[in-house]
Design a protein around this ligand. Structure first.
Ligand code: FES
Ligand SMILES: [Fe+2]
Length: 332
């Protein structure tokens, strides 16, 4: 079968794999991402860890029936224990633990109530980190609320390309006013600014609504979007748009939102589900396009198409096999 994209479905970088609240101390969770079976567990002391799922002994899946013993996870089949480094620390019925028994481990971070792993095709350690969102530690902002989650047959790079593809806003989103205010690249970070100005008549009042949007991509799994809408007061909210490859064909999308106190915190809390619904509806308008389109490596672009070429060049750093080619071949 012909590959749909000319690059792997699993770019290098940080990707969401769980919510913190889904994993209490001692918790164990089977995962399937990047076409691999994994196990996520939280030790009694509280740190989350991810290992490849299958026990090196006789192959049991540690995520189904495995349990946490102190700082290790114990296999449900014959009780071998593995620590956070993937090393076997105990075989309950043997006098000696074999010295070189090892399960592959993953780099894990827990930030703002979310758990991430670092995927790298060659297993290299992370060279960059995800941010702490400082607003979320402020009492002025509502707790990060989990919105929709879904799977779609597409590619994480395609989904985030919409950040620069401003020409699709009028046709897909009926948005004729949002314009790019430029972008900045800083290594693995793409920062995009958008601005929309609209006149709105409400109860015989002519309101000028200005929406400023800052979208910061940290790799191809994490999009932090800050919205600031002025007109009647100042409505500010943050959207996290997180994408994780599941297998060669499918990826998972999670959306979360936090709203800044708007007149009162009660109003902000009441607005949260409404905003989530609006944002989810907008994203879903892209779904039929994403599901059915093909990827054009050399698209025909005109002025007004936005920075698609520059975005693709930036994105190429997340593919081990493309990074070297791109380094010698940057766009002007
Ligand atoms: S299969 Fe895991 S201990 Fe035997
Ligand atoms: Fe879109």
């Amino acid at each position: 079968m012909k590959k749909r994209f000319p690059f792997t479905s699993f770019p290098n970088g940080w990707f969401r794999i769980s919510y913190s609240h889904e994993l209490p101390p001692g918790g164990v969770k089977p995962l399937y991402y990047f076409g691999k079976n994994l196990v996520l567990f939280r030790t009694k002391q509280g740190s989350p860890h991810v290992l490849d799922a299958y026990c090196p002994h006789l192959g049991a899946h540690l995520g189904y029936g495995g349990h946490v013993e102190g700082e290790t996870i114990q296999c449900p089949f014959h009780g071998w224990c593995f620590n956070k480094y993937g090393k076997c620390t105990d075989v309950p019925y043997a006098n000696k633990v074999l010295p070189n028994v090892q399960i592959n481990t993953w780099h894990v971070r827990e930030i703002n109530g979310l758990i991430f792993v670092y995927y790298h095709a060659q297993g290299e350690a992370p060279k960059w980190e995800l941010p702490q969102i400082h607003e979320l530690t402020s009492k002025e902002w509502t707790q990060l609320k989990q919105g929709s989650q879904c799977q779609i047959n597409s590619h994480v790079q395609e989904l985030h390309e919409q950040v620069v593809d401003i020409a699709h806003f009028p046709t897909v989103h009926s948005d004729h006013s949002t314009k790019s205010q430029g972008s900045e690249i800083d290594g693995s970070v793409w920062k995009q600014r958008l601005l929309s100005r609209q006149a709105l008549e409400v109860a015989k009042l002519n309101l000028q609504i200005e929406t400023q949007i800052e979208i910061i991509l940290y790799g191809l799994g994490y999009s932090l979007q800050r919205y600031s809408i002025s007109g009647i007061g100042q409505l500010q909210f943050i959207l996290l748009f997180l994408t994780t490859p599941v297998d060669e064909e499918y990826l998972e999308i999670h959306m979360l939102i936090s709203v800044k106190s708007f007149f009162t915190k009660t109003i902000a809390s009441a607005l949260t589900p409404l905003l989530l619904k609006v944002l989810k509806d907008e994203v879903e308008k892209d779904f039929p396009i994403w599901k059915n389109k093909l990827y054009r490596t050399h698209p025909i672009l005109c002025d007004g198409d936005g920075e698609i070429t520059r975005y693709r060049y930036w994105a190429s750093q997340f593919y081990s096999e493309l990074a070297e080619i791109s380094n010698n071949n940057s766009p002007k």
